[in-house]
Design a binder for this molecule. Structure first.
Ligand SMILES: Cc1cc2nc3c(=O)[nH]c(=O)nc-3n(C[C@H](O)[C@H](O)[C@H](O)COP(=O)(O)OP(=O)(O)OC[C@H]3O[C@@H](n4cnc5c(N)ncnc54)[C@H](O)[C@@H]3O)c2cc1C
Length: 332
């Protein structure tokens, strides 16, 4: 096992921030965990397991052992159940499900990153969330030095959150999915409906593979490619406000709101667009001109420059609307 000191993370995070990890190594096989745990104990360094770095922002140099997850493997348990190693690429796995007539994940096509990071913030898009299809998650608990299996319920999934956000001692090794063998589709999400009608398609012609293609088309059109414009997708979460608190907001009538039970949902992208943040740049950081919720680094910037720009956005939105935006990616 090779542990590298003072390792630059610039190629391991999608914003290309050039901070260093105290130590770095790559996990390719489960039996390497023992060496990693021993090294972390001897050197008194916390383990930070990362996937493809598409949802992290290194703010300072990291006093820990950053471990890149390259665990691979897909195991079919039965017709509707599949266990996937956490280092597999998410989009490749979604493609694999369709090739193998296992349906239900197609709305989540083209979300960057690994399978194992999916449960962390309960990745979601186009009317679906990964939690809809997770049966259980196999983790290694670095505190108890033991394996655990968390059921879907024990993962405490919520909007862009789960129990894993609070429990960094749990390293996700594999995720077991329940998929459908009948080709039912979920096209309830408005922008999918719009795409179907703009392409002149009839509802009866929509198969899971077609949903996959539509999602890929829309995402390629609306989101800046993080390989060209370094970004981590949505930088802020959408806003959920309890209905009894809505009157305290200063909301422009043109901002759309959606009913979400006890709350209303306010799409943060509209808020930022309305307040003039779309395409606004300060130094090497800005909100994308293509999508107002995506923070982009245009040149080599530090984690602190990103954070200070994000705080400027948060303060401006708060001052003008009384809404406090929350940052979506993990700040390391
Ligand atoms: C262009 C773009 C579009 C995006 N669109 C969406 C979208 O539509 N919906 C959405 O929800 N997200 C979206 N994202 C965010 C991102 O793709 C997801 O959060 C993804 O799951 C991150 O995967 P990753 O492997 O890159 O995780 P990383 O960024 O490497 O890690 C994210 C966090 O999870 C932890 N972690 C990673 N793997 C493990 C593991 N195996 N065990 C324990 N902890 C772990 C890390 O320590 C870190 O805290 C987008 C990002 C980009 C760049």
């Amino acid at each position: 096992m090779k542990f590298v000191e003072k390792y630059s993370l610039s190629n391991l995070n999608a914003l290309k921030v050039n901070e260093k990890a105290e130590f770095y190594c790559e996990l390719t096989k489960e039996n390497e965990l023992a060496d990693i745990l021993e090294f972390s104990k001897i050197n008194n360094l916390p383990i930070i397991l990362i996937g493809e770095g598409t949802n992290i922002v290194p703010i300072n140099s990291i006093e820990g052992l950053v471990v890149k997850n390259s665990l691979k493997g897909i195991k079919v348990i039965d017709e509707d159940t599949t266990e996937v190693a956490s280092g597999e690429n998410w989009h490749d796995f979604v493609k694999w499900t369709l090739l193998n007539n296992k349906f239900g994940l197609e709305n989540l096509a083209l979300i960057p990153g690994t399978v194992g990071a999916g449960p962390i913030q309960n990745i979601g898009a186009y009317g679906s969330e990964i939690s809809n299809s997770i049966k259980e998650v196999l983790v290694f608990n670095v505190n108890s030095n033991d394996y655990e299996i968390l059921t879907n319920e024990q993962c405490e999934f919520g909007y862009r959150t789960s129990v894993f956000k609070e429990r960094s001692e749990l390293l996700i090794l594999s995720v077991t999915f329940t998929t459908n063998s009948d080709a039912t589709v979920n096209t309830a999400y408005q922008s999918l409906k719009n795409e179907i009608s703009s392409q002149g398609l009839s509802d009866s012609s929509i198969t899971p593979k077609k949903v996959f293609d539509l999602v890929v088309d829309v995402r390629k059109r609306v989101l800046p490619d993080h390989h060209v414009y370094p970004n981590v997708g949505s930088f802020f979460k959408n806003v959920f406000i309890n209905k009894k608190d809505v009157d305290s907001l200063n909301l422009d009538a043109e901002i759309p709101t959606y009913d979400a039970g006890d709350s209303i949902k306010i799409p943060s992208a509209y808020l930022l667009e309305k307040l003039g943040w779309k395409g606004k740049r300060k130094g090497g950081v800005g909100m994308s001109a293509q999508h107002s919720l995506v923070l982009v680094s245009y040149e080599q910037v530090t984690g602190n420059e990103i954070l200070s720009f994000a705080n400027e956005v948060i303060n401006d939105v708060n001052l003008k609307t009384n809404i406090k935006l929350e940052i979506e990616p993990t700040l390391l």
